[in-house]
Design a protein around this ligand. Structure first.
Ligand code: NZQ
Ligand code: ZN
Length: 384
């Protein structure tokens, strides 16, 4: 396995009724800015639980953070936090609210234009402390150091990674996910699945611990995902998905192994251009990405075929193709479309995504940096 340094300092507080733990986690003297999305937390009781737990604090609010959070919206929160002397952020929502809050945490004390944090990877000297209440298991953002922010005006969806914005704690109460629309349940399962694949389906480096963990997460998502759709009231299933999605991108399974992320880079461009939900963009790209690169990923694809889908690796190419077909069928079982034409997109979308990739210098992607623009074009054409 490769060298690595690993520390995940986010405290995970898991279980029903655990939002009340905010009282112990947030310092009494803090002036808190509570950030949230379009209002789902006001319908499902999460907002009231948070307010009750923070009774002793001065709490300000910033709602309206949209899916694929925008710089334009978030700068409103930055202005509010600066004007009111906020010294603690609490993100209450899914990946978008948490990512947006990470940007706000870094932007408030930032001297200069905060967009440079994304566009120029400007160094971050300090950030406000951040805690979160997760309402949508999917991204793993609640206990990692990454965030993806969109600048609508220029159609840029860019990411940054910084330990200073890693949440101090994350409350994972599966009860709060019962109000998710089925589409978001599906999105969460597919996003987490692809996170594992991006870190697992590369090339072998003799890292059996990471491989077995990754396979365990994939199998859990394959088993529990359809159950969450079939039994929408089953809170145990929701809890298992919440924990799996967290572990899929909390850094653990990515330690000491090569990582791909090409599917995510193409997906981000599809989202910024066409508004396709993040997870859905990945389901469009991944099967073709694996098919086109099956030589470079051969050993791990055979392992995936055998251990995740129960296929015989002696069947070689047939096992690989069947495993990819089963992956696609799993996405479809989760009611997630797998072709661009499902979104009425054709060749013009292929050109547009490639232009964006070029603009963002995404022309050497993947674990071997061998995914050229031409290959990305082929992947998109195969996804039509
Ligand atoms: O805004 P509200 O009203 O809260 O509604 C949201 C939103 O419309 C709704 N929702 C969330 N929890 C709910 C709920 N509705 C009912 N009940 C609940 N309990 O779900 C909708 C989607 O929410 P969003 O936060 O956008 O979804 P997700 O968690 O999938 O986050 C997607 C964002 O995360 C980024 C994506 O690019 C995208 O911008 N990612 C972040 C990563 C990271 N930081 O590590 C990695 C990922 O690969 C990803 O790129
Ligand atoms: Zn993702």
């Amino acid at each position: 396995m490769l060298n690595f340094s690993y520390c995940n300092p986010t405290r995970i507080i898991f279980g029903q009724g655990q939002i009340a733990q905010l009282r112990q986690q947030v310092p009494q003297a803090a002036t808190v800015l509570m950030l949230y999305g379009g209002g789902s937390i006001k319908q499902n009781g999460v907002y009231d639980q948070v307010k009750a737990a923070l009774e002793g604090n001065r709490v300000l609010e910033f709602g309206g953070i949209e899916p694929n959070p925008s710089y334009e919206t978030l700068m409103g929160a930055v202005a509010l936090a600066r004007a009111e002397g906020v010294d603690y952020l609490l993100a209450v929502g899914g990946g978008s609210v948490i990512d947006g809050s990470k940007f706000v945490a870094a932007a408030v004390p930032f001297v200069g234009e905060p967009w440079d944090i994304l566009a120029k990877r400007a160094p971050i000297e300090s950030a406000l402390p951040l805690g979160c209440v997760l309402t949508l298991p999917a991204t793993g953002s609640e206990s990692n150091n990454g965030a993806v922010i969109t600048r609508k005006a220029t159609q840029d969806k860019l990411s940054f990674l910084n330990d200073k914005v890693q949440p101090l704690f994350a409350i994972l109460d599966p009860q709060v996910t019962l109000s998710l629309p089925p589409k978001q349940v599906s999105n969460g399962v597919v996003d987490a699945f692809v996170h594992v694949v991006e870190q697992y389906l590369t090339y072998p480096v003799n890292a059996p611990v990471q491989d077995r963990f990754a396979e365990g997460l994939l199998l859990t998502l394959i088993e529990e995902g359809p159950k969450a759709l079939a039994e929408p009231e089953n809170i145990e299933v929701r809890g298992n998905i919440m924990w799996a999605a967290n572990l899929a991108l909390n850094g653990l399974i990515g330690c000491g192994v090569p990582q791909d992320w090409a599917t995510h880079m193409l997906g981000h461009e599809l989202t910024v251009l066409y508004g396709i939900d993040h997870a859905r963009s990945l389901a469009l790209v991944l099967p073709a990405m694996l098919t086109l690169r099956k030589q470079g990923k051969r050993d791990k694809l055979l392992q995936y075929a055998q251990r995740v889908w129960g296929l015989d690796p002696a069947d070689g190419d047939i096992a690989i193709e069947t495993a990819i077909a089963k992956t696609k069928a799993f996405f479809q079982q989760m009611q997630v479309p797998v072709t661009l034409s499902d979104y009425q997109l054709g060749c013009e979308a292929v050109d547009a995504v490639c232009a964006q990739l070029e603009k963002h210098r995404m022309t050497k992607l993947g674990e071997k940096r061998d995914v050229t623009l031409e290959m990305s074009r082929q992947v998109l054409q195969m996804s039509l």
